[in-house]
Structure formats: structure tokens, C-alpha cells
Ligand binder design. Structure first.
Ligand SMILES: Cc1cc2nc3c(=O)[nH]c(=O)nc-3n(C[C@H](O)[C@H](O)[C@H](O)COP(=O)(O)OP(=O)(O)OC[C@H]3O[C@@H](n4cnc5c(N)ncnc54)[C@H](O)[C@@H]3O)c2cc1C
Length: 360
């Protein structure tokens, strides 16, 4: 067992600088982020603190450290933790992909010099047979011409890169990097969300955009995705476990509510205990992340599902403890409840996972 895997399950080590950015830069603006502010400076600060670079070597230890950093963010703000996941996921594909795209983009993403996203919800659903691929492409000299529409891609802004997958006429699927605002790639903010509004989430319209061969992450995405899908999903552990820990801390700090709610079925200690068990499962799953087998992915999905249940139940427990105080507009427990719902609906959602585990 490696040093990282031998660490006490309940007390993951948070990189010191990440903790400092969370405390000094993120915590003071969580209300503004909940209201729609995109935390550009915080995300760049987290990049400078190394939050997006841990997992780029593809090792289990790196994956664990990336999730530790994301969980430290998620304990305070799930919206920002989701942006961290977007950045981490993009770095993960690039680190495992073709050398040209990796050399062009990975360093800037891993350092947070450029912020970017991932339009893989639709492809993940397409690989599960839930819906067709939204982007289609055709081969042209030096690259591809691509068109289609992605309903939501987060962590975007002008010039931000993002990865997605398009289908060719011959049935092949290609993963590549696009950039918001490049010729033929327009973004539009045409919805307002009840939470996660500060995630820079846009609809992406791709109209005959040129994707050069240099920006291709994987010319055969059907072969590539099984290699990266465990890591893609396991990285999300930082969102749900971070949120659960943050909720437990919130409940514990509420002395009166803790006393009044002592007989409630789930309290701060119960949440922390379940989070510690799930952390142990995550650490073991990280060790096997490179296994492309369907059975390994089902185990990853089971873990992801259990983390979603914990996030939902923890946030609900805080509402029950806070009572009417939690029901007031602007309350912390209500922010956490709205955020927790996102853990359960972002791809792979509870609906998606239960379908896959049911074999349908
Ligand atoms: C704030 C926000 C940010 C987001 N950011 C991103 C992002 O950065 N990148 C990204 O790629 N996505 C992003 N998404 C999308 C997200 O990951 C999920 O794909 C989306 O929330 C799932 O919505 P849905 O469950 O309603 O399914 P939909 O995507 O609305 O469903 C699509 C179609 O599939 C069908 N379908 C869905 N599930 C099943 C099932 N189990 N069985 C059979 N048919 C099914 C539906 O009926 C529908 O026809 C974001 C969403 C939100 C709300």
C-alpha cells in the first residue's frame, strides 16, 4: 500500500495553500457565488496552489490528492467545487490523450492559467445508450468540421477551452478540444439556475467549427473513454464528500439546533462517519481507476450513487436541525440543500446510474 493509501481514512490531508485560498478568498464570497458570481480569481488561485495538477500523472495518489483539494473547496462551496471538477476533468482527458493536444493545452489547464470545461454529459449518456451524440463531424484536410449543440457546459467564459466528443459518418467518435468564441463556437447564457448559477454555465452552439488535428485528444473515443471514465466519475467524489463534511461542520457549529435535534436520525457525527466510510471506498477505487472493464465501472457508479445519497441526506438533515431558521431565504442550510441536489443530477445522475445498474 502506498503512503497516500495508508493515510487515516477520516482525516484526508488538505494541501495547505488550497486551504488558505478556501478560507481567505472563497469563504467571504460564497453568498455572491450563490447569487451568480463566477469566482474567476478563486479558481485561478486554486490553480496556483496546485489543485488541478495532482492527478495529471494518472497515479492513484494523484487522483486522491485532487479529490482532497476538491473536497476542501466543496466543504465551503459546491458551486466552486464543481468548477474545480470541470477543470480537473479536462486535465484528466488531456493527460491521457494524444501528445499534440496534451502539449498544447495541459500545462495551462493544470496550473489554472486557463480555465475550462467538459461537455461530456451527452457523450456519457450516448455511451450508455440514453441519447444520441449531440455533435457530428466530417473529415476535412488537417482536421474536422463539427456542428451541433450542447445544452450546458460549465466553467466557461470567452476563450475558455472545453472538451467534447463528436460522431463521424463512419461511426467513429472523436474527442477534441474546442474554445468558446472560436469561429463557429458560440456560447449563450439563456437560463437561470436555482443553484450553481456561479459556475459559468452556457449553452454551446457549434456551427461548422474547424477542429485541427492538433486539438484531437482521442481519434477513437470509443476506445479512449473506458480508460478515463473511472477517473472522470471518481473525481466527482470531491464534490459530494466535501459538501457532506461542510454540512456536518455547519450542524456542529449550531449549538442550539444540535441540542434540540439530538434525537434526529442523522446528525453531524453520523454524516462524518458515512463520509469516512465512503472516503475509504474511494481510496480503494482510485487504486483500480485504470481498469477499463465494465464491472469496474459499475463499482465506480455504485460508489458515486452512494455519495449522492449521502449529499442529499446530509443536506436534508441540516434543514431538519435548523428548522425555520433554515427555511429563511439566504440561509446556509438551504444553500447546501440546493447544492446537494446538483450532486445527484449532474452526469452520471442518480437517474442515469440507477438505469445502468439495473442493466437497462
Ligand atoms: C447547472 C448545470 C451545469 C451543468 N454543467 C454541465 C457541464 O459542464 N457539462 C456537461 O456536459 N453537462 C452539464 N450539465 C448537464 C448535467 O450533467 C446533466 O446531464 C443534466 O443535468 C441531466 O439532466 P436530465 O437528468 O434532466 O437529463 P437530460 O439530459 O435532460 O435528458 C436527455 C434525454 O435523455 C432522456 N433520459 C435521461 N435519462 C434517462 C434514463 N435514465 N433513461 C432513459 N432516458 C433518459 C431524457 O428523457 C431526455 O430525452 C449541467 C447541468 C446543470 C443543471
Amino acid at each position: 500500500m502506498s503512503a497516500a493509501l495508508a493515510r487515516p481514512a477520516a482525516l484526508p490531508e488538505v494541501p495547505r495553500d488550497v486551504a488558505g485560498v478556501v478560507r481567505d478568498e472563497l469563504a467571504p464570497i460564497v453568498g455572491a457565488i450563490d447569487g451568480g458570481l463566477y469566482p474567476d480569481g478563486v479558481l485561478r488561485g486554486l490553480g496556483a496552489a496546485g489543485a488541478y495538477a495532482h492527478h495529471t500523472q494518472g497515479t492513484p495518489e494523484g487522483l486522491i490528492r485532487a479529490v482532497e483539494a476538491m473536497a476542501a473547496v466543496g466543504a465551503t462551496c459546491l458551486s466552486t467545487a464543481f468548477c474545480v471538477w470541470c477543470q480537473d476533468a479536462l486535465a484528466w482527458y488531456l493527460a491521457h490523450g494524444d501528445a499534440l493536444a496534451r502539449d498544447r493545452h495541459l500545462a495551462d489547464i493544470a496550473n489554472g492559467v486557463r480555465l475550462g470545461g467538459t461537455g461530456l454529459s451527452n457523450p456519457m449518456k450516448a455511451f450508455a445508450g440514453i441519447e444520441p451524440l449531440a455533435l457530428t463531424g466530417r473529415r476535412v484536410p488537417g482536421g474536422y468540421r463539427v456542428r451541433g449543440r450542447l445544452p450546458w457546459v460549465s466553467n466557461l467564459g470567452p476563450d475558455h477551452p472545453f472538451a467534447s466528443i463528436f460522431a463521424l459518418d463512419d461511426g467513429r467518435r472523436v474527442m477534441a478540444v474546442f474554445a468558446a468564441g472560436q469561429e463557429g463556437v458560440a456560447i449563450a447564457a439563456n437560463a437561470r439556475f436555482v443553484a450553481l448559477e456561479g459556475t459559468g454555465t452556457y449553452t454551446v452552439m457549434v456551427r461548422d467549427a474547424f477542429v485541427p488535428d492538433d486539438d484531437v485528444i482521442a481519434p477513437d473515443a470509443a476506445a479512449f473513454v473506458p480508460r478515463i471514465r473511472n477517473g472522470f466519475v471518481l473525481l466527482q467524489a470531491g464534490m459530494g464528500l466535501g459538501l457532506a463534511r461542510g454540512v456536518a461542520a455547519l450542524m456542529r457549529a449550531d449549538g442550539r439546533g444540535s441540542r434540540d435535534g439530538a434525537a434526529l436520525p442523522l446528525g453531524a457525527e453520523g454524516i462524518d462517519a458515512r463520509a469516512a466510510d465512503l472516503w475509504t471506498r474511494f481510496v480503494h477505487a482510485a487504486e483500480r481507476h485504470a481498469d477499463p472493464a465494465a464491472g469496474a465501472f459499475r463499482e465506480t457508479l455504485r460508489l458515486r450513487l452512494d455519495i449522492s445519497w449521502l449529499a442529499l441526506e446530509a443536506a436534508q438533515a441540516a434543514m431538519l436541525q435548523f428548522g425555520a431558521r433554515g427555511y429563511l431565504e439566504g440561509s446556509e442550510p438551504f444553500r447546501r440543500l440546493r447544492e446537494a441536489q446538483f450532486v445527484a443530477i449532474v452526469t452520471p445522475s442518480v437517474k442515469h446510474i440507477t438505469r445502468e445498474l439495473a442493466g437497462g
